[in-house]
Ligand binder design. Sequence first.
Ligand code: AMP
Length: 177
Amino acid sequence: MAMGELSIEGLRALVRDVPDFPKPGIMFKDITPLIGSADGLASCVARLAALTPAGVEAVVAIESRGFLFGAPLALRLGLPVIPVRKPGKLPYHKRRVEYALEYGTDALEMHADALAQHKKVIIVDDVLATGGTAAATARLCRDAGGEVAAFAFVIELGFLGGRPKLGTTPVVSVLTY
Ligand code: AMP
């Protein structure tokens, strides 16, 4: 381990559990202590980079905490970043995907030309919970002609069963709960 590089236990200690946020019964995994530590952020991004398959051409980062890890990961790998955003944020021609929530639906958008030059992507977010957000992002990428080489998360909440929803595409995560 390089100087300043944190162990898995060290990283785990930087994730704060906040009960009943944003609503009762949810145990929120707060990554602000992790990104609030220079060693924590660097170690986390280094581990994500080590888990990224060869041949990936772009990092697709999911709004908004996915941006915090996706952009530094891309920088480290020498790759471009493609943002996937909540509706109404992107300024140019867009593709949109809708997905089911516990109650109602939500949507995500990506610029229509985002994958014109880069087809093989890794999708990055902070937390894999039920998998709905990541699965919808993969649909957006595939509809645009992209190939999803892997999904990468800082935290995987294994007990919520998100991984099987992502099919046969490799799923990597730094910390699992
Ligand atoms: P899901 O679509 O259920 O996999 O939810 C994933 C999205 O919701 C991610 O963008 C996470 O940032 C956020 N999320 C869901 N559950 C949690 C949690 N317990 N702690 C922190 N973030 C969460």
